[in-house]
Design a protein around this ligand. Sequence first.
Ligand code: ZN
Length: 400
Amino acid sequence: MSTSFQQHKTGDLHFLKRLNRSAILELVRRTPGLTRADIASQAQLTKATVGAGVQSLLKQGWLSEGELQKSSGGRPGRSLYLNERHYAMLGAEVGVHGLRLVACTLSGQRLASHHEPLVPTTPEATAELLAGLLRQLMAAPKVADRHCLGVGVALPGPVAPGQPLLRLAPNLGWRDVRFLDLLRPHLPRQDGVWLMDNEANSAAFGELYFRTGTIPDSLVYVSAGTGIGSGMVEGTHPPLISRGLQGLAGEIGHTVLQPGGLYCHCGNRGCAETLVSGWSLRAALGIAEDESLIDALLPRLQDEGVQRTLRRAGEALGTLLLNLHHTQNPSEIVLGGSLVQLGAPLLDPALAYFKANQNRLLGTTQQVPLRVIEDATFIAARGAAAQVLASVIHGPSDLL
Ligand SMILES: [Zn+2]
C-alpha cells in the first residue's frame, strides 16, 4: 500500500509541476513581458513555484528573458517572452483547389509557407502530395534546425467530434476519410502532436489563440471560398470550439436560404452555397474548375452580369452574417476566404446589409466588430498550427 501511495504522490507532483508550467507559459503567451512576480500574483502561485517553473521553461527553450523591469515593490525582475527560436509548429490546409502549408513560431509568426494550386483528386493522392510538401517545408532554412511540435491539418468539411474522421467534404466528393491515417505513413519520422479539424474551426481557433493583449470572449470566423463555412471559439484556457453532436456546428453554407431552390452539392435544395460560394459563382458565370476563380473574375468585375451575380451573392453573405449574429452572438466576426479578394462588388452589399439590420432586435447602436482579412491564404493552416501548440500546452502530451 505504501508503495502505491508513493507512486501516486510522485505522479501528482509531476502532474502539478506540468500544470504550473502550462499556466506560466499560457500567461506569458497572452501577455508578453510579464515578470516572475507578475506571474506569481496573476496565477496565484508562490514565487518559489514560479521561479522553478520559469527556470525549467527557460532551459527547455520555451521562454526567453528580456530587459529588467521595475516592480512596484521588491527587486526589479526580468521580463519574460516566448522563445521564438527553438520550436516550430506545422499547419496545413487541404482546400478544394489548393494545399496551403505554414511553419510558425510559438507566437504564430510565419517562418515558411507554400501554396500549391491543385485540381481536386482522391484523399490518397492528396495525402501523398501534402506529405512531400510538408517534408520540403521542414527542410526550409528557418525551420530545419527547430524542434517540430507537431502537424495540424485543416480540412474542408465537418470533422467528427473527438475522432480524426472527416465526415464529408461535399466539394471534393470525399466521405468518411481518416486523413491522418493516409498522411502519417508518408512522414514516419515526424513525432509530436498530429491533429485534424474543419478549416473554419482551425481558422477561428488561430485568430483567437494567437491574439495578445485584449482578447475577445468569443470569435466567429467565416470562411468564404469554394464552399462557405464558419467556426466559433470561446474562452481562453484554451479556447473551446463549438462542434455540435456530429461536427456540423457552423456549417452555414448548408443552412437553407431558399426552400425549393437550386440543388446543392450536399443533396439538399436552396442551401446558402447555391447563392454564395466559389462553386456557385463558377457555375453562374461559366468558369472552369481548372481556372483560378479570382484570376478569371477580377478582369470582369465591371461586367453588368458579373456585378449582378456578385451583388446577389453579397446579399446572401450579408444574410448569413446577420443569422450568425443572432444565433451565436460572438464578440467579433472575422471574414476571410478567397472570395474576399473579389472586393466591393461582393462585400459592399453584404456589409451594408449586416450593418443596417444587426441592431433591430435590441434597438441598440452597438456595432459588432467585423474584420475582413484581405489575404486569408494561410489563416486556416496557421490556425491548425495554433491547435498543435494548444494541444502541447493543455493536452496529455509530455512535450512540456
Ligand atoms: Zn447544401
